[in-house]
Design a binder for this molecule. Structure first.
Ligand SMILES: CC(=O)N[C@H]1[C@@H](OP(=O)(O)OP(=O)(O)OC[C@H]2O[C@@H](n3ccc(=O)[nH]c3=O)[C@H](O)[C@@H]2O)O[C@H](CO)[C@@H](O)[C@@H]1O
Ligand SMILES: C=C(OP(=O)(O)O)C(=O)O
Length: 433
């Protein structure tokens, strides 16, 4: 079993560069299936396990996919298969994003039902409601959801019950090849939606209003391969912002887009963190004393749920009582028990978590219960007494490229080890002290 071992102490200093955004690249790679003519070249693609998984799904669907040096080249011009089996969807829920493109291109898609995951039940009813409004018949059975249309999808007016990121993307990617105009109301406004819309338009699509609550898509008859650069990952950037702040360090986060990070920046400034916009990105300087704040996760431009666990780590070191309320996912507090194992004064009350800080955190063996929880536990380990050992790294690898290596380059005492060399790693670390 692999572990990341962190020893607390020391301020982080230096420069770190963020990768292309996981949550932008996954729907974009899925949408490459829409191009029946020419190759798509996607640049700034992070080497994440989720990217390898979506590439496998695309290959299974009969696209040619080559991934090297941060670039994916996809040729989806051959006859496509229509089925995404459970072995992929189980590993990564975002596999469901191939449904809209397949339905638009082939009139048929059969996708294994994603099921629940560590952060909640995560149904896809809003995706399916959109496909049905566009004329698809949907049936669920034998662990699959299947959608098909006689002839072509047609444009429709779709009001989402909740501004779901995945549903907005899936419906947008289906509507781009539909006959007529589709309007998505109460659409998600995340920067990743805008990136997908830009990609669809570069392939020849007609999408307007992405980034607002109303998106209008005028269907076209064919899409062509193009070259697209993925936006920087605002969640990876935010995670390193916390790393700088929690250690009282001074870190330049290159490639961070300030507008994408406003809700995170605003809360960190309230806590007393200095954030400076520089030409290359954001400089984050941690204070000696952090102030307690309350946070509520919300769809964009509210505070992102994907930064909730990392901010929880930061608030454990703030002076006073803080509260985080999670409104996006029903069960995204699995890391609370792990923080408690690190001596955090923390409790769950309904959909909120209350922390009394600053806590004297102690190193412990803890499990990454999900992707962001893994990052948050490592961040807490940076300021804990002694060694923190974080297991279940498969979650972390879904969303962070070389997380421990990037932290080590900023001066953190952190190593990634397999069980057999754990003892040696600890000795080496002691020698470095
Ligand atoms: C690959 C990717 O981009 N993942 C992101 C995406 O996930 P994802 O696209 O799954 O998130 P959604 O915005 O769809 O989900 C938000 C909430 O809506 C609910 N819901 C969603 C769809 C639906 O049909 N029915 C329904 O009830 C979900 O259960 C959840 O409680 O946005 C989330 C919210 O910002 C982020 O945390 C994820 O990192
Ligand atoms: C929840 C996340 O991703 P996914 O939707 O892919 O599970 C995340 O990136 O924090």
């Amino acid at each position: 079993m692999e572990k990341i071992i962190v020893r607390g102490g020391g301020r982080l200093n230096g420069t770190v560069r963020v990768e292309g955004a996981k949550n932008a690249v996954l729907p974009i790679l899925a949408a490459t299936l829409l191009a029946s003519d020419g190759k798509n070249i996607i640049s700034d693609v992070p080497a994440l396990s989720d990217v390898y998984t979506i590439n496998e799904v695309l290959r299974h669907l009969n696209a040619d996919v080559v991934f090297a040096d941060g670039q994916v080249i996809i040729d989806a011009s051959k006859e496509l298969n229509v089925e995404a089996p459970f072995e992929y969807v189980r590993k990564m829920r975002a596999s469901v994003q191939v449904m809209g493109p397949l339905l638009a291109r082939k009139g048929h898609a059969r996708i294994a039902l994603p099921g629940g995951c560590a952060i909640g039940s995560r149904p896809i009813d809003q995706h399916l409601k959109g496909f049905e409004a566009m004329g698809a018949k949907v049936k669920v059975g034998n662990g699959f959801v299947e959608a098909y249309v006689d002839g072509e999808l047609h444009g429709a007016k779709i009001y989402l019950d909740f501004p779901s990121v995945g549903a907005t993307e899936n419906i947008m990617s289906a509507a781009v090849l539909a006959n007529g105009t589709t309007i998505i109301e109460n659409a998600a406004k995340e920067p990743e939606i805008v990136d997908l819309a830009n990609f669809l338009n570069a392939m020849g699509g007609k999408v307007r209003g992405a980034g607002t609550g109303t998106i209008r898509i005028d269907g076209v008859s064919k899409l062509f391969g193009t070259h697209h650069h993925v936006i920087p990952d605002r969640i990876e950037a935010g995670t390193f912002m916390v790393a700088a702040a929690i250690t009282g360090g001074n870190v330049l986060i290159e490639n961070a887009v300030p507008e994408h990070l406003r809700p995170v920046t605003a809360k960190m400034q309230e806590m007393g963190v200095t954030i400076i916009e520089e030409k290359e990105g954001l400089r984050v300087i941690g204070p000696d004393r952090l102030k307690a704040v309350d946070i509520k996760t919300m769809p964009h431009p509210g505070f992102p749920t994907d930064m909730q666990a990392q901010m929880m780590a930061l608030l454990l070191k703030a002076e006073g009582t803080s509260m985080i309320t999670e409104t996006v996912f029903e069960n995204r507090f699995m890391h609370v028990e792990e923080f408690r194992r690190m001596n955090a004064d923390i409790k769950i009350e309904g959909r909120s978590v209350i922390m009394n800080g600053p806590c004297d955190l102690q190193g412990a063996e803890v499990a990454a219960t999900d992707l962001r929880a893994g990052a948050a536990l490592i961040l807490a380990g940076l300021v804990s007494d002694g060694y923190t050992r974080v297991t279940e790294l498969k979650h972390l690898d879904r969303g962070y490229v070389n997380f421990h290596g990037k932290l080590a380059a900023l001066g953190a005492d952190v190593e990634r080890v397999t069980e057999q060399n754990e003892e040696t790693a600890q000795t080496v670390s002691d020698l470095h002290a």
